[in-house]
Design a protein around this ligand. Structure first.
Ligand SMILES: O=P(O)(O)OC[C@H]1O[C@H](OP(=O)(O)OP(=O)(O)O)[C@H](O)[C@@H]1O
Ligand SMILES: O=C(O)c1cc(=O)[nH]c(=O)[nH]1
Length: 217
């Protein structure tokens, strides 16, 4: 199975330019970011900012819609990862007139103690919406939770993926493919073309991607 899959009619460069223009991408090689996985990173991409730009937001949701129309027309549920996947999942579900739900990183410690919020039935065909795929832990934990509830997860759709080998292995193991609107390499290429980064920074960003777990150690 090919783990990382491209979107179809989505214009990757337009979307990458959009992310760069709104300042979603920040480089801090000398003061690394700490990621959700605990990894240290010279780059952070805050795709939550897309929510404040309706045209860019529309481009994202249209990109997801194209993937579904082409490869998963039978989808019955659009599930978001908490928290950053939730708004995109809700907008997409609204467009497709489908139910939406979201998956917490952990079951709630009070109330009904749920990890999956929303009405989910066993046998439903679903896609999982994620904003950024790094190690894939958040998205594929959501996939496992949904599968435990009997949901048939067809794919994970994200705005950006770093396309790490570690994520690729996780995807292969699960058998659920990951589509991304902007692959990391495209983001870096477009950033270089626009002059957002210089050749030295491009080299750092590409070298870092090969062994991301060791950065800043
Ligand atoms: O692929 P992974 O290694 O899991 O990393 C990616 C996840 O990390 C971020 O979420 P974060 O944990 O920061 O929470 P948020 O969505 O609530 O902002 C991001 O929104 C993804 O969900
Ligand atoms: O892995 C993460 O936590 C992460 C990376 C990134 O670039 N952006 C983000 O929101 N989270």
């Amino acid at each position: 199975m090919k783990p990382f899959r491209d979107s179809y009619v989505q214009d990757v460069d337009t979307l990458a330019v959009g992310l760069l223009q709104i300042g979603a991408v920040e480089l801090r090689p000398n003061d690394p970011f700490t990621w959700s996985s605990g990894w240290k990173s010279p780059i952070y991409c805050d795709n939550r900012l897309v929510l404040g730009y309706p045209m860019l937001r529309d481009l994202v949701v249209s990109g997801f819609e194209n993937i579904i129309a082409t490869d998963f027309p039978a989808v019955e549920l659009v599930a978001g990862t908490a928290t950053a996947g939730i708004p995109h999942a809700a907008i997409l579900a609204d467009r497709l007139s489908l139910p939406t739900a979201y998956v917490r990183s952990q079951a709630k410690a009070h109330g009904r103690g749920k990890q999956i919020e929303g009405h989910v039935r066993a046998g439903m065909k679903a896609v999982v919406i994620e904003d950024t795929l790094s190690t894939g832990q958040s998205a594929y934990q959501a996939v496992s939770s949904l599968q435990e509830a009997g949901v048939d997860v067809l794919a994970v759709l994200s705005i950006l993926s770093y396309d790490f080998d570690a994520a690729g292995e996780r995807i292969q193991e699960s058998g659920v493919p990951a589509y991304r609107l902007v692959p990391y390499r495209s983001l870096v290429r477009v950033a270089r073309e626009r002059g957002d980064v210089n050749d030295q920074e491009v080299e750092l960003l590409m070298r870092w991607r090969e062994a991301p777990e060791n950065f800043g150690m």
